[in-house]
Design a protein around this ligand. Structure first.
Ligand code: AP5
Ligand code: MG
Ligand code: ZN
Length: 212
C-alpha cells in the first residue's frame, strides 16, 4: 500500500514515517528532507529552494513536482509514504496525473490531527540529528546525552525554520494553502483522519490499523 501522511507542521509526519520505515519496510519520500539535503549540498535545486524554506513559505510547484516524480521513479515499485507532499491543490493534481501516467496508486491519505497550540510547543522544542535526521524533542523525547544523537552519535541541532516567527508563517501557510487538501481527498473517499495528539506509539497503532 502507498500512502500520504498529511498534517500541519509538527503533526508528526516525520516521526510516524520513521516508525513505519523501521517496522514495515516503507520508503519515506519527504519533500522537506529532500530540500534540506539539496540546500546543504548547495545543488542548483537547493539554491533555488533555500529562501522559501528558510522563511517557511512553499517552494514553487515546478521545483517540487519534478523532484517527487524522480524520487517515485527511483523506488521502482517499492511501497512509499509521501511526507509533506502534496501541499496544495495544484500539487495534488500534478500527483494524480503522474500516478495515472506511471500506473502507481496512492491508496490512502492519513491526516494527523493535532491542535494548533500543541503544534507550536512541538516545533519550538524539536531538535534533529544533523547526520541521520532522527527527530527529538527537548521535553518529551530528548537524546540521552544533550546535543548528541542516540542513534548515530551525530550532532543534534535545531532546524532553522523552527524559530518562532518562521513557525507562525509555516502554520499560516498550512491553513491557507495546504488544509484545503483535506476536503479534496475526502471527496475522493481516500481521507482517514487520525488523532495525532496522543503518544506516538498509539498514533502508529492507529495508522497500522488503517493500513490493512
Ligand atoms: P517539512 O520538512 O515538510 O516541514 P513541515 O511540514 O513544516 O513539517 P515538520 O517536519 O515540521 O513536522 P512533522 O509533521 O514532520 O513533525 P515531526 O514528526 O518532526 O517542510 C519544510 C519546508 O520545505 C516547508 O516549509 C517548505 O518551505 C518546503 N516544502 C516541503 N515540502 C514542500 C512542498 N510539497 N511544496 C512546497 N514546499 C515544500 O514532529 C515534530 C515534533 O513533535 C518533534 O519534536 C517530535 O518529537 C514531536 N512529536 C511527534 N509526534 C509526537 C507525539 N505523538 N507526541 C508528542 N510529541 C510528538
Ligand atoms: Mg517532517
Ligand atoms: Zn543521528
Amino acid at each position: 500500500m502507498n500512502i500520504i501522511l498529511f498534517g500541519a507542521p509538527g503533526a508528526g509526519k516525520g516521526t510516524q514515517s520513521a516508525l513505519l520505515v523501521g517496522r514495515k519496510g516503507y520508503h519515506q519520500v519527504s519533500t522537506g528532507d529532500l530540500f534540506r539535503a539539496a540546500i546543504q549540498n548547495q545543488t542548483e535545486l537547493g539554491l533555488k529552494a533555500k529562501s522559501f524554506v528558510d522563511r517557511g513559505s512553499l517552494v514553487p510547484d515546478e521545483l517540487v513536482v519534478g523532484m517527487v516524480e524522480e524520487e517515485l521513479q527511483s523506488l521502482g515499485g517499492k511501497p512509499f509514504i509521501l511526507d509533506g507532499f502534496p501541499r496544495n491543490i495544484p500539487q495534488a493534481e500534478a500527483l494524480e496525473s503522474a500516478l495515472r501516467r506511471t500506473g502507481i496508486k496512492v491508496d490512502k491519505v492519513f491526516s494527523l490531527e493535532v491542535p494548533f497550540e500543541i503544534l507550536k510547543e512541538r516545533l519550538v522544542g524539536r531538535r534533529v540529528c544533523s547526520n541521520c535526521g532522527q527527530v527529538y524533542h527537548v521535553l518529551s523525547s530528548p537524546p540521552k546525552k544533550e546535543g548528541v544523537c542516540d542513534r548515530c552519535g551525530g550532532k543534534v541541532i535545531q532546524r532553522k525554520d523552527d524559530q518562532e516567527d518562521v513557525i507562525e508563517n509555516r502554520l499560516t501557510t498550512y491553513m491557507n494553502s495546504t488544509s484545503p487538501l483535506k476536503a479534496y481527498y475526502k471527496a475522493k473517499g481516500r481521507l482517514v483522519e487520525i488523532d495525532g495528539n496522543r503518544d506516538a506509539e498509539k498514533v502508529l497503532h492507529e495508522l497500522e490499523k488503517g493500513m490493512v
